[in-house]
Design a protein around this ligand. Structure first.
Ligand code: HEC
Length: 135
């Protein structure tokens, strides 16, 4: 819980984050559970579900390389908004679910207080994992 709070605070303040191997491992676990079906275990976009999809997911290992605003830099804030999907920056119009809602309702089902912080923590951990797999 402490760590989740720290992440949420850091995001709120836009502080640079020091990423440890532990954070990446947490994000990787969530990625494998929720994202790999479409994006593939390696993030390159060839998960099993893509055979059924008209709109193919892009290569998540090239997010920094394809960053048009600041080439080579990981677009952390944009990715957080995309995964969350509730903020309107680029809510997934496509087939990708909005994980802000999913994580919130999962936490609520468990009757958990602090679900907002937990949701932010999970989304941030996912974004940090994606940052770690950039080529
Ligand atoms: C049902 C399939 C599906 C699942 C599951 C899914 N995605 Fe996606 N994702 C897509 C598709 C399709 C796109 C491309 C179209 C779009 O942006 O909506 C996409 C786009 C993205 C992008 C933007 C890539 C870019 O080049 O701008 C990111 C980042 C992303 N997904 C992360 C995730 C993460 C993290 C998860 C798991 C929490 C996830 N996705 C789960 C289908 C999926």
């Amino acid at each position: 819980m402490q760590i989740t709070k720290l992440f949420a605070a850091a995001v709120a303040l836009c502080l640079p984050l020091t990423v440890s191997a532990q954070d990446i491992g947490y994000g990787q676990g969530i990625y494998q559970q929720y994202c790999a079906t479409c994006h593939g275990l390696d993030g390159k976009g060839s998960g099993p579900l893509t055979e059924l999809m008209l709109e193919k997911p892009g290569d998540l290992t090239l997010l920094s390389a394809n960053n048009e605003v600041e080439p080579g830099a990981f677009p952390m804030l944009r990715i957080i908004h995309i995964i969350d999907g509730r903020t309107g920056i680029r809510a997934h119009g496509g087939s990708m679910p909005t994980y802000g809602d999913i994580f919130m309702s999962e936490a609520a089902e468990r009757g958990q207080t602090g679900s907002v912080l937990e949701t932010r923590g999970r989304i941030l951990s996912l974004a940090m994992y994606l940052e770690s797999i950039q080529q």
